[in-house]
Design a protein around this ligand. Sequence first.
Ligand code: BEZ
Ligand code: FE
Length: 287
Amino acid sequence: MQLVTEDNITDLAVERWATAREPRTAELMTALVRHLHDFAREVRLTEAEWMAAIQWLTRTGQISDEKREEFILASDVLGLSMLVVQMNHQLDAKATPATVLGPFHIDGSPELDYAADMSDGVPGATLYLHGTVTDLDGKPVGGAVLDVWQADTEGAYESQIADIDEARLRAKYTTREDGSYCVRTIAPKGYTIPMDGPIGELIGRTEISHFRPAHIHFLINVPGYEPLITHLFQEGAEYLDSDVVFGTKQELVIPFEPRDPGATPDGGTSSEPWLEGRYDFVLQPQG
Ligand code: BEZ
Ligand code: FE
């Protein structure tokens, strides 16, 4: 019989998990066991604290459903999502940097034409976001699909609103042959991450700001290029320096310039003042 002691339990558990048939699973699980045990030793974890942590994890699972991803939020506020993004997307300095996906992306957004309005009656200041998608050498990437999503001016994403049948503030735009795209929407505002669950409960015990700066999300997945998940942030927005999910990058901050009524980037005219944001996405070839 193997006698377990505080001194040998880590080696015994590592040895057991090293039997995983797939080598990467063995590597991941043995490292996880070592780090978990080190953590418990370092803080001299009590049984009450471990039980509280297990209950917190249980609540994190229980509050999650197909519309709410509390574990993604946990990973985001711990800085783990952004660390994984940074390690896995070491792109050329010319390429558009990646940032977190977040918990609010919804698959299957409707496809809209160049400059069609994805805000469709949601109140807010009209914003045209336009520019190009190119490769590292400036060659246009035509036919690239930009999957775009954002919160409204109250900070609510579609998945946070009950009983909604239609896509709200999300759409897919396809670049033209010259790589150009144009999104018509409303200017987002900064917002708080959901504070009514286990993550909010924990954040509430700290001095951490629970806000994100105003931004719009983009997912651009073109065959032959590294998939790009990113955001554009509004220059001058509140919380740029304290983004609760560590997702802000200087290269992704752009001005939303106020424009008088008149010609809009799609060749139309606006009878109201509007805002203009320009950004050229640069994709990194795969491989
Ligand atoms: C978001 O920007 O949608 C988001 C990202 C991470 C956590 C919460 C929200
Ligand atoms: Fe967001």
